[in-house]
Design a protein around this ligand. Structure first.
Ligand SMILES: Cc1cc2nc3c(=O)[nH]c(=O)nc-3n(C[C@H](O)[C@H](O)[C@H](O)COP(=O)(O)OP(=O)(O)OC[C@H]3O[C@@H](n4cnc5c(N)ncnc54)[C@H](O)[C@@H]3O)c2cc1C
Length: 378
């Protein structure tokens, strides 16, 4: 019996760690990731201003996993009918698999956006953004961020703070197609984020539909915005290994009887029929439910249950967000229920979330370093 976890981000690593302690000893657990390290992606924007944060937010998988076999390879294709995964270095068959490959940046075929816009999903992207912003600071130019979701607002805040630290007169512009920043989130959060961005000097253009980009300007349907640095966080799409769509899964996260999709890779509709926002918070919570379900199915099958007519009932994931937190440079905005927090309280909450995740995967010293980076001198 082989259980394979594809991807070791928030969803995959949480799932794999839970399966390590749950699965019966006779089940093999394999974790595949193209990287040797787990990346705490929700802190990636920090690397733009403070490259040293990189050390705190990358955790070697060999330190975070114990029982699982780690295979460093790129997942190229998933043949669910044959239960076979095609990897960059061979194939891997499975009895149960969880697709936790996260999402890729969507460029929507907008001419020039893929070529000129820098995405922010990997460490290399954060370094490219930093270099471009530092060059833009040299000429007191303009940085444009396309897309005001969680990553876009935090990137814009970080760029504004970096420019301020450098004493540069950089214009930072945030473009959003819809009529608000952080469109997928509650209203109180949206308006607090807007206030924080405006206090940081970020110019916000909502209802701004990007139609393309050239080497020095972002094109909108009603004009152009010149730039020296252009970051694109305008949307996400599914992993190439499943044809770049994000499949819809219900609260059990099942793609079929043997395959699950967890985290950003899928669009999850929870037990209450609510669409779950793509977020680290959701990916971790989904993974906890899927760990219970995979373990239940493995035990049922090992005990000869597969010959039975009825497979075990699976738990359904219900997303109950405790609240949302975003950093805006050295400020932060947090909502817990209807309450909105900013300033030191929100900054502490933000630091606690990142450190809490690191601690939960056993990376205690990195958790401490992250808190120091987050709450250090501002
Ligand atoms: C700048 C930024 C700020 C954010 N801020 C927040 C925030 O404040 N709060 C929040 O909740 N969310 C935030 N998010 C979103 C959050 O990071 C994602 O929702 C979360 O990472 C999704 O987790 P995941 O496990 O599904 O995917 P990921 O964390 O992306 O993990 C996917 C894993 O799969 C691996 N992988 C991908 N493709 C392949 C392949 N083909 N072969 C092998 N391995 C592969 C990757 O190496 C990675 O380890 C932010 C995102 C960004 C970019």
């Amino acid at each position: 019996m082989r259980v394979v976890v594809l991807g070791a981000g928030y969803a995959g690593l949480t799932l794999a760690r839970r399966l390590e302690s749950r699965l019966p000893a006779t089940a093999d657990l394999v974790v595949v990731d193209e990287s040797d390290d787990h990346l705490v992606q929700h802190e990636l924007h920090r690397v733009i201003r403070r490259p040293a944060v990189e050390d705190a937010i990358t955790v070697p998988l060999r330190d975070a996993l114990d029982r699982a076999t780690i295979r460093t390879a790129r997942v190229e294709d998933l043949d669910r009918e044959a239960r076979r995964i095609h990897l960059s270095d061979g194939t891997l068959d499975y009895d149960y698999a969880a697709l936790c490959l996260g999402a890729e940046t969507a460029f929507y075929d907008l001419p020039g956006v893929d070529e000129h816009g820098i995405p922010l999903k990997r460490l290399g992207h954060a370094h490219r953004v930093r270099d471009a912003v530092l060059d833009a600071c040299e000429v007191d130019g303009r940085a444009v961020v396309g897309g005001a979701g969680l990553s876009g607002v935090q990137v814009a805040g970080e760029i504004a703070a970096l420019a301020a630290e450098r004493g540069a007169d950089l214009d930072v512009t945030l473009l959003e197609r819809l009529d608000t920043v952080a469109p997928a989130f509650p209203e109180a959060f949206q308006s607090a984020v807007r206030d924080a961005l405006e206090s940081a000097g970020v110019a916000i253009h909502t209802n701004a539909r990007v139609t393309g980009a050239t080497a020095d300007a972002v094109e909108l349907d009603d004009g152009t915005v010149p730039y020296d640095a252009f970051v694109w966080t305008g949307g996400i799409r599914g992993p190439d290994a499943i044809g770049s769509d994000r499949p819809i899964v219900r609260g059990d996260c099942k793609l079929d009887d043997h395959t699950f999709a967890v985290g950003d890779a899928a669009r999850v509709v929870d037990a209450d029929g609510e669409a779950v926002p793509a977020s680290a918070a959701a990916a971790i919570r989904e993974a906890r439910t899927v760990a219970i379900n995979v373990d239940r199915l493995v035990r049922w099958e090992l005990e000869g249950g597969a010959a039975d007519e009825f497979p075990p009932k699976l738990d359904l994931f219900r997303f109950d967000a405790p609240g949302w937190i975003a950093s805006v440079g050295d400020d932060a905005v947090a909502t817990v229920g209807p309450k909105v927090f900013t300033g030191a309280t929100a900054r502490t909450m933000k630091a606690t979330v990142g450190a809490g995740h690191l601690s939960s995967i056993g990376a205690i010293s990195r958790a401490v370093n992250l808190v120091q980076e987050e709450l250090g001198p501002s």
